[in-house]
Design a protein around this ligand. Structure first.
Ligand SMILES: Cc1ncc(COP(=O)(O)O)c(C=O)c1O
Length: 361
């Protein structure tokens, strides 16, 4: 008998399914399946990354001080309370690794991001899914779901894949209602799409039981660089830094992120384009009977009459070279998540859904 066995929980992890990028037999695809920025990274980020590439033989800076300083300046945060990771995924993993283990529970919502469950299981903890109310985080359900084994509560605000968000007052009520010893994680992967929203940073600053995670993968267009960050009480950031590898973020990613965060005009342009075409697309789909909740992100969750109809539409879209995301794995079988592309992509997508609704196969 083979005595080499993985830790408990690992084999319960279903391997993460990322958004498809290819369709067999179709050469020119439009990828709207991974919530990427259709305009790509800031040209300043590309330039900074190219310059950093020439020094690739050197290990990167391990304390990330210049980037933490830049983030601190842009967001008005103390750099000592910031940690950088290889994507915010890594910060989520650190949080589970440091604060949950066998016998502990990690809460997240019914349609919450799948890495919460994966990271909880990887830490040996028990993932617990809590109902939402009509695709919106339900604070009362989360509070009622806490037991004396709960250690972490994750919410994404705005949420993926629903696109909805809850108010700062609701988040504060959640933080203040949690039992002692439970850490609330506010995942702000899509926060940049909400004008004037601090992703809960002020709540983190005024409390000791909240951590916020952020990413450069979405509005900043750096998904391929793998860089994100977290902001929390100094004592918690100190704990996370103990498990962080010294060179967890590459020098090219650090350079690109620092240049991106300082390119405020580019950020504003991408945010405005997204908002414009998000509204246009939601309306165009609603006109042909495909409804969605008001989205606060760079995607919309398009709802069809049934799982069969959603799947048939997805198949039709693929034939047209349009790749969107099925979300049955997020308990939303009758929906498709559609990333907001540029104008051409949005018009193409709307026309294809209209044709499908008119009987095209
Ligand atoms: C809600 C949410 N959190 C976190 C992430 C992870 O992003 P990254 O690891 O690229 O920073 C994603 C990516 O899709 C997301 O949707």
């Amino acid at each position: 008998m083979n005595k080499i066995t993985p830790q408990p929980g690992i084999m319960d992890i279903a391997i993460y399914q990322s958004g498809a990028a290819h369709v067999a037999g179709v050469s020119n695809v439009v990828k709207l399946s991974s919530n990427e920025n259709p305009f790509g990274p800031s040209p300043r980020a590309v330039e900074a990354m190219q310059a950093a590439a020439a020094q690739m033989h050197r290990y990167p800076n391990s304390d990330h001080a210049p980037l933490r300083q830049a983030i601190g300046e842009v967001h008005g945060l103390n750099p000592d309370q910031i940690i950088c990771g290889a994507g915010s995924d890594e910060i989520i993993a650190f949080l589970c690794q440091c604060y949950a283990g066998p016998g502990d529970e990690v809460l997240y919502t019914e349609h919450g991001f799948s890495m919460y469950r994966i990271s909880a299981l990887a830490a040996g903890a028990t993932p617990v899914e809590v109902k939402e109310r009509e695709r919106v985080t339900d604070v009362d359900a989360l509070l009622a779901g806490c037991t004396d084994r709960t250690r972490l509560v994750f919410i994404a605000n705005p949420n993926n894949p629903t696109g909805t968000m809850v108010s700062e007052a609701e988040v504060a009520r959640l933080a203040d209602g949690l039992p002692d010893g439970v850490l609330l994680v506010l995942d702000g992967a899509y926060a940049e799409y909400v004008e004037g929203f601090d992703a809960g940073a002020a709540l983190v600053t005024s409390r000791s039981n909240i951590v916020m995670t952020r990413t450069f993968s979405k509005l900043y267009g750096l998904g391929g660089a793998r860089i994100g960050w977290g902001y929390g009480p100094r004592a918690i950031i100190d704990v996370l830094n103990r498990v962080r590898g010294p060179f967890n973020v590459s020098s090219t990613a650090l350079a690109a992120a620092e240049a991106s965060i300082c390119d405020l005009d580019y950020v504003a342009k991408c945010r405005a384009e997204n908002a414009k075409w998000r509204g246009w697309l939601a309306e165009a789909l609603a006109e042909v009977g495909v409804v969605s909740d008001i989205s606060c992100t760079n995607f919309i969750l398009a709802r069809f009459g049934s799982q069969g109809e959603a799947e048939a539409c997805d198949t039709y879209l693929q034939k047209q070279g349009l790749i969107v995301r099925r979300v049955a794995g997020y308990n939303l079988p009758e929906a498709l998540r559609i990333t907001i592309g540029d104008e051409t992509a949005c018009r193409q997508l709307a026309q294809a859904v209209k044709d499908f609704k008119n009987g095209a196969k």
